[in-house]
Design a protein around this ligand. Structure first.
Ligand code: ZN
Length: 377
């Protein structure tokens, strides 16, 4: 499976200047190539190479390989549409491949820059992936720091056969509630967000030139925090499933429902902002890396059904009550248990309609749904 590894470079001031100089030169040449492409309507990589390579090799201080990558970058940009002229930021990212970049022992990477190669130390938080570095990287300059976004090709583990599933209910009050009762609360994050929202509103009222910068920085910080939270949650769920030899069942994304209660609007604002797509994609790749089975189950009735007797009950906020078997459950945990049941049902009879739905549907006097499942990831 291909992933992108974020590697932070630790250049000396001198090396940093060399990298900046190189990025500026490369983006200048990109803009020059884009001029040609636009004026002469040459958008094909091969033709653009033929038209520009020799002239620009002589006039710019770039290595052949960097120039080749710049031509490809321009051709790529025009692939999206040919109706607007492409322009490149002075410090936009630059592509590197093994001809101009080599990883050395002791966390050193050798990169081509104007005037020759430079050896730069780096740090990386996901060291396990370093042996799987393969192919290209983008050199990115962001907020005064340099990063390599490096492609890695990590082997997938064989998916273990499982009989039981951990159900994950996403949304509402908890970011994720599990069928074993464990839950991941979003309160801390929401408090943090609300505090920032206040700062933001007061800044927006002031509306000076500097506030724009501050606002941009704030949104960046928030994104980082929620990404870390999604990483943590998905990692813990996958580790738990692996340890208990279970699969993971999640709802289709459409499954995030918004109850029309008084708090509905506030919920929507909160839940709508949470990046469940990201949590889902983190779960998917971590499952693949760890050989954990992941299935998508249809969300219908998972929050309305009593997991104990499979009758329709009442959900009110955090509480779920069933008048049929006189049970009271935590609403999110009940939903997660139904999702787990659907996962188990999938393994036992993937072609047949779910037993849960058969019962719920006959209870409601509806016809069974013929095709209910799709395999996740
Ligand atoms: Zn019940």
């Amino acid at each position: 499976m291909k992933l992108t590894l974020k590697i932070k470079l630790l250049p000396t001031d001198e090396q940093a200047n060399l990298l900046l100089e190189m990025m500026k030169e490369a983006n200048t040449v990109c803009n020059a190539i884009s001029d040609v492409a636009w004026q002469e309507k040459i958008f094909n990589n091969f033709k653009l190479h033929h038209r520009t390579y020799h002239a620009y090799k002589a006039t710019f201080k770039l290595s052949s390989q960097i120039l080749v990558r710049c031509i490809a970058k321009v051709a790529d940009a025009y692939k999206l549409d040919k109706k607007t002229k492409r322009e490149f930021r002075a410090l936009g990212s630059i592509g590197y491949d093994s001809r101009i970049m080599t990883y050395k022992p002791n966390d050193i990477v050798s990169l081509w820059a104007i005037g020759g190669r430079i050896k730069i130390p780096f740090v990386c938080h996901n060291r396990n992936y370093l042996p799987y570095i393969k192919g290209e990287a983008d050199l990115v300059y962001k907020k005064g720091k340099f990063y390599l976004f490096q492609t890695v090709d990590v082997p997938e583990e064989d998916i273990d056969d499982v009989e039981e599933f951990i159900g994950v209910d996403m949304g509402l009050i908890e970011i994720a509630a599990l069928s074993n009762g464990k839950s991941f609360n979003s309160k801390k994050l929401n408090d943090y967000r609300e505090k920032r929202q206040k700062v933001r509103s007061s800044l927006q009222r002031k509306g000076t030139k500097n506030t724009k910068k501050v606002l941009k920085r704030l949104s960046g910080k928030e994104r980082t925090t929620s990404t870390i939270i999604n990483h943590t949650i998905s990692k813990q769920i996958v580790q738990l499933a692996k340890a208990e030899n279970k699969g993971i069942a999640i709802e289709d994304l459409k499954g995030i429902r918004f109850s029309a209660n008084k708090k509905g609007k506030k919920f929507r604002a909160r839940v709508g902002k949470w990046n469940f797509n990201q949590l889902r994609s983190f779960l998917t790749y971590k499952c693949l890396l760890n050989g954990v089975k992941l299935v998508d189950v249809p969300p219908a009735y998972t929050s309305k059904t009593c997991h104990n007797c499979l009758h329709i009950g009442n959900r009110q906020g955090k509480k779920f009550t069933c008048n049929n078997c006189n049970s009271v459950f935590d609403a999110d945990e009940n939903a997660a248990k139904n999702i787990a049941l659907l996962g188990t049902n999938y393994v036992n009879s993937p072609e047949k309609p779910s037993m849960l739905y058969c019962q719920v549907h006959s209870f409601l006097g509806l016809k069974p749904i013929p095709s209910l499942f799709s395999v996740g990831g």
